[in-house]
Design a binder for this molecule. Structure first.
Ligand SMILES: Nc1nc2c([nH]c(=O)n2[C@@H]2O[C@H](COP(=O)(O)OP(=O)(O)OP(=O)(O)O)[C@@H](O)[C@H]2O)c(=O)[nH]1
Length: 143
């Protein structure tokens, strides 16, 4: 079974990115990840992203503010029982409301240089690399 998951990098004007810490006791507990979660059956990825950002952080996002940046998936070795995750990463520069930890999670605004130093689930490592490239490319174009 493939589990589709959507994640959003909120990118503040000062270049910092919101990361949150997974609660202890869950899979990947204690690791830092992008806010987001599973795409529900019948839901589209953008719809799921808007829902998760509201549920987890209380921020309002418009669909057009979400820009796809990268995706990653867990390995597809045949015969493995464990679920395979397909993780889609969007970035958003605009939202309404100040993020609040609605699920009691710890979150932090992280400088781009510090992102690779965080302990993250394995799928986030290539996503962070692509996000930093995406941000760098935007900076070169004067965005
Ligand atoms: N939100 C999010 N999930 C990630 C990231 N990287 C990554 O491997 N995941 C994995 O993707 C899945 C996300 O599902 P979720 O956040 O809804 O999981 P959950 O256990 O909190 O949901 P649940 O409590 O409803 O079961 C988890 O297995 C999580 O570890 C990430 O950057 N953001």
């Amino acid at each position: 079974m493939i589990l589709p998951v959507v994640a959003v990098a909120l990118l503040r004007d000062d270049g910092h990115i919101l990361m949150q810490r997974r609660p202890d006791g869950k899979q990947h507990g204690g690791l830092w990840e992008f806010p987001g979660g599973k795409i529900d059956p019948g839901e589209g990825p953008v719809e799921a992203a808007l829902r998760e950002m509201e549920e987890e952080l209380g921020v309002g996002l418009e669909a057009h503010a979400l820009m796809p940046v990268s995706f990653a998936h867990s390995d597809e070795a045949p015969g493995k029982e464990r679920r395979r995750v397909l993780l889609l990463l969007y970035v958003a520069r605009a939202w309404s409301g100040d993020p609040i930890a609605r699920e009691g999670q710890q979150f932090a605004w992280v400088a781009p240089d510090a992102l690779p130093d965080l302990d993250m689930p394995p799928l986030d490592v290539p996503l962070v690399r692509d996000l930093l490239r995406w941000i760098g490319a935007g900076a070169e174009q004067g965005k």
